[in-house]
Design a protein. Structure first.
Length: 398
């Protein structure tokens, strides 16, 4: 199979040849089966925080393999070839059931096995107080429990790669040390921790900030606060949500400049209702209803409080170009090679080069467009999504 287009960051169209799921050559010649001179080719967009889509919640107690595969259609349509399905704060039995279904999808589907670079568990070991807790259900927030987490990891068949917690919870520092020793990336999030506690968590092995600037108090001290401390910590990668709702443009720009491109990962944090039309929808685990607004914002119904996102990184990458100093190539790097480096898989993912896995995103885009126009999403050499002239799915891999 041969794809034709300009690799993001270059100006000359090339042909990318794929065999057995890997890129075998990148050169000027070749009869392409997909693409064109006006098409951009990037490494597969890689999102480390996807909570579900199309009404399917990865934290659901009744999640099935079939529903997992149905949910994958939404990120594929948006050009997301790689992602970390995310299980959020919920009853332990629901989380374990969800993790088993996700692991089952990897066993039954080559596409899921290739796309799911690792699982992300966000909570339940997060702050219980209003503000930092965000839309996570209060009754299921709790202190870290290593034995419980081991049950989660067993259900996931060892695929949990990222765990988000609040370091102020009792027992968190010892937990961070154990998780880090086990190869799990500990991310700080949904936290109201002191600056000193943030530093202690970093010393214990924390490596990331989950959706920095969100899952926070509405008002904090202007200087002495956990956001500045995480921005200043060179040891921490920062995940940020560039949907235009979670971070105002000046904040997005400031975060980009502070962390610099090399320590930043764009994340969507899409909710389970991402992809559904505007309206009010019910929530699980005793939380309030949520509303999708016409502009794509998701909030707790009747309140200004955010409750996840509905826009994938096909919107987030152009927003990053529009609101920060990033070029298209730099914005793409924060959503491709950077998450690959964070998870330690940059030896096979994140670059369009011979020998790399053939997970790619093909798109058209010109400055000023609000979203990438996705041409195709390629997962380990197979077409997971292809747009027709009407944008309909032409081919999808299972």
């Amino acid at each position: 199979m041969v794809f034709r287009g300009k690799i993001v960051g270059t100006e000359t169209p090339v042909s990318v040849t794929i065999e057995d799921g890997r890129i075998t050559s990148v050169g000027e010649d070749g009869e392409a089966s997909l693409g064109g001179a006006d098409v951009w080719i990037s490494p597969g967009i890689f999102d480390v925080q996807v909570n579900g889509a199309g009404g399917i919640n990865f934290s659901s107690g009744d999640l099935t393999v079939e529903r997992v595969l149905q949910a994958c259609e939404w990120p594929y349509r948006a050009g997301t070839a790689l992602f970390c399905p995310t299980v959020t704060t919920s009853p332990a039995e629901h989380a374990i059931s969800g993790l088993r279904a996700l692991a089952g999808a990897c066993e039954q589907s080559k596409a899921a096995d290739a796309s799911f670079v690792g699982f992300h568990v966000e909570g339940p070991y997060i702050a219980s107080e209003d503000g930092p807790r965000g839309a996570h259900p209060l009754q299921h927030t709790r202190d870290p429990d290593w034995d419980e987490f081991c049950r989660y990891q067993e259900a996931a068949e060892g695929r949990i790669r990222i765990l988000t917690l609040a370091p102020e919870r009792e027992g968190s520092l010892a937990f961070i040390e154990k998780a880090a020793d086990a190869g799990v990336i500990v991310a700080l999030g949904h936290t109201g921790a002191s600056r000193a506690r943030i530093r202690e968590a970093v010393a214990a092995g924390a490596r990331m900030s989950t959706h920095l600037g969100n899952g926070a108090h509405a008002e904090i001290p202007r200087h002495d606060n956990y956001i500045w401390e995480q921005l200043a910590a060179d040891e921490l990668w920062a995940g940020i949500i560039p949907d235009g709702h979670h971070l105002p443009p000046p904040v997005l720009k400031s975060f980009y400049r502070s962390k610099q491109k090399e320590r930043l990962c764009l994340v969507s944090d899409v909710s389970s209702i991402a992809g559904l039309p505007p309206g009010v929808y019910g929530r699980s685990y005793g939380t309030d209803e949520v509303e999708i607004h016409e502009n794509g914002k998701i909030s707790l119904a009747g309140t200004p409080y955010l409750a996840g996102a509905s826009l994938f990184l096909d919107h987030g990458i152009p927003n990053t170009v529009a609101y920060t100093d990033a070029t298209l190539a730099e914005a793409v790097e924060t959503a491709t090679i950077n998450p690959a480096r964070l998870l330690g898989v940059d030896d096979r993912l994140g670059r369009v080069a011979p020998g790399m896995d053939a997970s790619l995103t093909l798109f058209r885009w010109a400055e000023g467009q609000e979203a990438l126009s996705v041409v195709a999403t390629i997962v380990r050499g197979e077409v997971a999504y292809k747009a027709s002239s009407s944008g309909a799915v032409q081919s999808r891999r299972r």
